[in-house]
Design a protein around this ligand. Structure first.
Ligand SMILES: [Zn+2]
Length: 502
């Protein structure tokens, strides 16, 4: 599925010189303001003569944010990144991608990264940026080729990193690097699952795959099948799922409950394994790519696995709402009136707004357990992309304090989220003459904000809630450290948000 061997190779300290034959590239991170003399001190004697000659020939002037790269020999590349005066997580991830991308070759290669003493928090940031980028560059999409079917091993082109630090900083650096790698591998898992074909990752296969992964990680699993959901009267979920081709849809609940956990957090994810729009059938270009409509639930799975792996000191419960939205004689239709798990009736307007239907009941289920915070993830609306492009995802909440925390978690994680209002008047357009609420409006409006308002109506009273509309899941351009879509957006962001929301 993905390269599971570690991207981290050797750790060098001052006492333990770099073996020049063991790497293909050397990258030096030089602090802002570095000049030739300081650079010389950062280099191994065998390299420094060549580098300084090169810089002299080029009449090189040191400037901030500069990235120089050249061949020291036929087998070795040298790269130096002079840091800008100011940087944040997003820009350092971006810079790490600019440095490492050209070093990813068609054969295995090792890059030694030398990070001289920077401010401690910046040092951690640069370690994280390079490790996360290397893992992202090593990502391989799922392959359905004959070669893959015959299980012929593919040529190894993985990139690995070695680091050089002073002895006293080595153990901190190793800890940071390992945490970064674990998160980045989970982002790759999200990317992998969202790229699986819709006829491969069906609801049946998805439930089975996710359950197995969760059990192997020591998580408790519980599956609410269609018959369970019928008994619970989860009509909004059933409305979408009854059109699905197999009767294998349902809500997969994953629990990570360590002893003495002080906080309870619930995660909810949209898991539409393919979205044709249903009776409001999408047209060609709008339907293409709709195998990614389960990305939100993949983020939930990834976070639950990560929590168990890293032994987070919180109680985490994940709810993956898994089905498909297809056209069949049983599919729900516009003008249908559906009774949700919460008891509220919904007037169906457009069957392509299926995400908010399955999430409505799943959010009720999750919020009934009274967690301290519910966070849901969904590729919910096209209108969030019209508002923000694919660079940011949209954040929404029923609490003002969480709106600023959402933006802060976006800045600190490098997965940027912009927050939108959730004032009552956004709900006026959802007044129905025949039911408690309309699913959406027919045309116009600000669907991403109105969808969030709709979802907020299904949260149990007193429960804090954040909704993330994953507009940045399929970025048109490289995004931060991610060279190519899908981005797997959400793991970095949510880990930071959970940390901040203490
Ligand atoms: Zn849809």
């Amino acid at each position: 599925m993905q390269n599971s061997s570690s991207v981290l190779k050797n750790w060098y300290s001052e006492k333990n010189p770099i073996n020049l034959n063991a790497y293909q590239a050397l990258v030096v991170i030089a602090p802002y303001g570095t000049k030739t003399e300081e650079l010389k001190k950062l280099l191994e004697p065998a390299v420094s003569t060549k580098v300084l000659q090169f810089l002299k020939r080029r009449k090189f002037k040191f400037k901030a944010s500069q990235h120089i790269s050249f061949d020291i020999s036929s087998k070795h590349k040298f790269s130096c990144l002079i840091l800008p005066k100011k940087f944040n997580t997003f820009s350092s991830l971006e810079l790490a991608r600019e440095v490492l991308s050209p070093l990813k070759t068609d054969h295995p290669s090792t890059v030694v990264i030398r990070i001289p003493a920077l401010l401690p928090e910046n040092e951690n940031q640069w370690i994280d940026s390079f490790v996360s980028t290397a893992v992202a560059l090593n990502y391989e999409p799922p392959k359905y080729s004959l070669q893959a079917a015959l299980k012929k091993p593919k040529k190894d082109s993985s990139l690995s990193l070695s680091f050089k630090f002073s002895h006293s900083r080595l153990s901190n650096a190793q800890k940071v690097a390992m945490l970064s790698e674990a998160s980045a591998l989970k982002t790759n898992l999200v990317r992998h699952l969202t790229q699986r074909a819709g006829n491969d990752l069906t609801p049946l296969v998805y439930v089975k795959t996710a359950s197995e992964m969760a059990k192997n990680a020591g998580l408790k699993t519980e599956f609410f099948s269609i018959s369970d959901l019928l008994k619970l009267k989860a009509g909004a979920f059933i409305a979408v799922a009854k059109g699905a081709s197999e009767n294998s849809s349902g809500i997969l609940k994953l629990s990570y409950h360590p002893n003495k956990a002080k906080r309870k957090i619930a995660l909810v994810g949209k898991g539409i394994t393919f979205d044709t729009g249903g009776n409001n059938l999408k047209t060609g270009s709008h339907m293409f790519g709709m195998n990614n409509d389960m990305a939100g639930s993949a983020v939930v799975l990834a976070l639950c696995l990560l929590a168990a792996e890293e032994k987070w000191p919180i109680q985490l419960t994940g709810y993956m709402a898994i089905t498909e939205n297809v056209l069949s004689e049983k599919s729900y239709r516009p003008n249908d009136v559906i009774t949700s798990l919460k008891g509220k009736t919904i007037e169906v307007i457009d069957t392509d707004a299926e995400g908010r239907m399955i999430l409505a009941d799943t959010l009720t289920l999750a919020s009934r357990e009274k967690p301290d915070l519910v966070i849901d993830f969904a590729t919910l609306t096209g209108s969030v992309i019209r508002a923000l492009g694919t660079q940011y995802s949209g954040g929404y909440s029923n609490r003002k304090y969480l709106l600023s925390l959402i933006r802060k978690a976006g800045v600190l994680s490098g997965e940027r989220v912009w927050s939108f209002p959730n004032d009552k008047d956004y709900g006026r357009c959802l007044k129905s003459e025949i039911a408690d609420i309309k699913q959406c409006r027919l045309t116009g409006g600000v669907d991403h904000i109105e969808a969030a308002y709709f979802l907020s109506q299904f949260i149990e009273k007193g429960v804090d809630w954040v909704h993330i509309d994953l507009g940045a899941m399929e970025p048109e351009e490289p995004l931060a450290h991610i060279p190519k879509k899908p981005s797997g957006f959400g793991v970095r962001f949510a880990k930071k948000l959970i940390e901040l929301s203490k």
